[in-house]
Design a binder for this molecule. Structure first.
Ligand SMILES: [Fe+2]
Ligand SMILES: [Fe+2]
Length: 140
């Protein structure tokens, strides 16, 4: 059985990073970290999530993934929630929003992203060029 393709493996790696950022923020919120620390973590999560969404969508385009529109629509909703959190970071409601973001992000990983992963397993062509040309790892 062949191993994962380059795109699929890269996306798995990025999902681990996103999950780590979300866990870190939850821990910071629950343990009473300073607002400036939480704001910094949120900025990192926002930056990485935007790059990840862009990478995933470009991989979908490169492979002709048929469900790209609905998937990208969920990315847009998640990005909107992240932007809302960035704007309301100083308010009490941000904890509630953060938990909502965590839930929606994990739901997305477990549903839309899992569907794309299964599809990629059956349809991925050689896209090492695509992974190499994307600046995400350089930006980390
Ligand atoms: Fe996604
Ligand atoms: Fe993803």
């Amino acid at each position: 059985m062949p191993g994962k393709g380059a795109c699929s493996a890269e996306i798995d790696f990025q999902h681990r990073v996103v999950t780590d950022y979300v866990s870190l923020m939850r821990e910071s919120l629950m343990t009473g970290a300073t607002r400036s620390a939480i704001k910094l973590e949120l900025a990192e999560l926002a930056r990485f999530a935007r790059l990840h969404f862009a990478f995933e969508e470009s991989a979908m385009r490169a492979h002709g993934y048929p469900a790209i529109r609905i998937h990208a629509h969920e990315h847009l909703a998640l990005s909107g929630l992240i932007a809302l959190l960035e704007r309301t970071g100083e308010r009490v409601s941000s904890i509630e929003l953060m938990l909502r973001l965590e839930q929606q992000m994990l739901d997305h990983l477990g549903s839309r992203d899992a569907l794309f992963d299964s599809w990629l397993e059956a349809n991925e062509t050689d896209c090492r060029w695509h992974v190499r040309s994307f600046p995400l790892k350089v930006a980390l």
